[in-house]
Design a binder for this molecule. Structure first.
Ligand SMILES: [Zn+2]
Ligand SMILES: [Zn+2]
Length: 377
């Protein structure tokens, strides 16, 4: 990678940063990247991988393994601090998870592959939509065109504030948690606020659910966690006793089966509460993230790449509590998600002052490059 190529990637990263798109609305970002890849002449284009998702393929001379590298297209509905020249031009939307940097890294790999194709097999560079909502990976996997890019191995990286800059963070087996959002609606009956006894208010049931849901995992041995994230009771009307309440919570465990068990337990629990108060209850789930499970053989490739690049590695003992929708790929192929430290004092992901450190771009490129060399050359 030449200095001018790296400068081009930094400009691209900052350009993507200035024009962020929300999950599922990544059309402009997708177009910007396609323009970049046109000049690299990949061997194949695969479109319609979920809304705005696409992949480019670089083909080897002889048949061999298929390796997929993934980057995320989406930004977040958060306002960023305005201390940079390339600040977001879309009010209230910003790349505060570093997906702009992850995209630039994959573009850098594209530059390398356009000059030297893999010797064997094929390399798929996938730009996936809607990671932040947990929908994108699933949309890619269920799209008709996924058949054209089914990989033997899939790799992704994520920058990690809180870790030393350029340190490679690794783990075999479970790497990030499975999680999903639970929406509980209690329905009773409104009444005049002067005659609450004529209605059926869900206020008590809602309070029990808020306290009880968070305590529920204490009865489970393996790691599990419920965090109440939102609650609404009735309307803003002093004359009316409420008839409806909504409680939303995020459920987390380190494996998919455990999450199903926790969901069943939480559903039974809120049904009992509703029953005690004679209320109707409905439960639905969304933002479904599967656990990312790192394959042992794929882990070896990443570990070796870190060693060959003379990068410090840190093998963590327990999985991260946060989720990544790359976990959906873990269910269909051999995957590794690894971290690249973004600096111990760097603002955390999703904080308004966060910005992807540009000096992680060459590190990410060197990691993927070595992994591909190992598999395809
Ligand atoms: Zn994020
Ligand atoms: Zn992210």
């Amino acid at each position: 990678m030449t200095t001018s190529e790296l400068a081009e990637l930094i400009t691209l990263r900052r350009d993507l940063h200035s024009w962020p798109d929300l999950s599922g609305e990544e059309e402009a970002t997708s177009q910007r990247l396609k323009k970049f890849f046109k000049q690299l002449h990949p061997d194949e284009w695969v479109e319609n991988l979920g809304p705005h998702g696409f992949a480019v393929i670089f083909e080897g001379k002889v048949a061999g393994p298929v390796t997929l590298l993934r980057a995320e297209l989406d930004a977040l509905p958060i306002r960023e601090d305005d201390a940079k020249s390339y600040i977001s031009q879309r009010p209230g939307v910003a790349h505060l998870c570093g997906h702009d940097g992850h995209m630039a890294i994959l573009c850098g790999i594209g530059m390398i592959l356009s000059k030297e194709r893999p010797a064997t097999g094929r390399v798929v560079l996938l730009f996936q939509p809607a990671e932040e909502t947990g929908e994108g990976a699933q949309q890619v996997l269920t799209s008709e065109n996924f058949k054209r890019i089914i990989p033997d191995f899939a790799f992704a990286l994520h920058n990690l504030p809180g870790y030393r800059k350029n340190q490679i963070v690794l783990k075999k087996g479970p790497f990030t948690a499975a999680s999903k959002g639970m929406i509980v609606t209690f329905s009773g009956r409104t009444s005049h606020a002067a005659h609450p006894e004529d209605g059926n208010s869900p206020a008590l049931a809602m309070s029990k659910a808020i306290v009880g849901l968070e305590n529920l995992p204490s009865s489970i041995q393996e790691f599990s966690m419920i965090t109440v994230v939102h609650a609404v009771l009735g309307e803003v009307a002093f004359g009316t006793a409420p008839g409806e309440a909504v409680v939303m919570a995020t459920l987390r465990t380190f494996d998919d089966v455990g999450l199903e068990r926790l969901s069943t337990l939480a559903t039974t629990f809120v049904a009992l509460i509703a029953n005690e108060s004679g209320l109707k209850v409905t439960v639905s789930f969304r933002d479904d993230f599967k656990a990312v499970v790192n394959d042992e053989k794929a882990w070896e490739y990443v570990n070796r790449a870190a060693k060959e690049n003379k990068l410090k590695t840190k093998n963590i003992r327990t999985p991260f509590r946060w989720s990544e929708d790359f976990g959906h790929f873990s269910r269909v192929t051999k995957t590794v998600l690894f971290g690249i430290g973004a600096g111990q004092r760097h603002p955390q992901l999703h904080e308004s002052s966060y910005d992807f450190p540009d000096d992680l771009i060459p590190t990410g490129i060197n990691m993927f490059k070595k992994i591909l060399q190992d598999i395809h050359y």
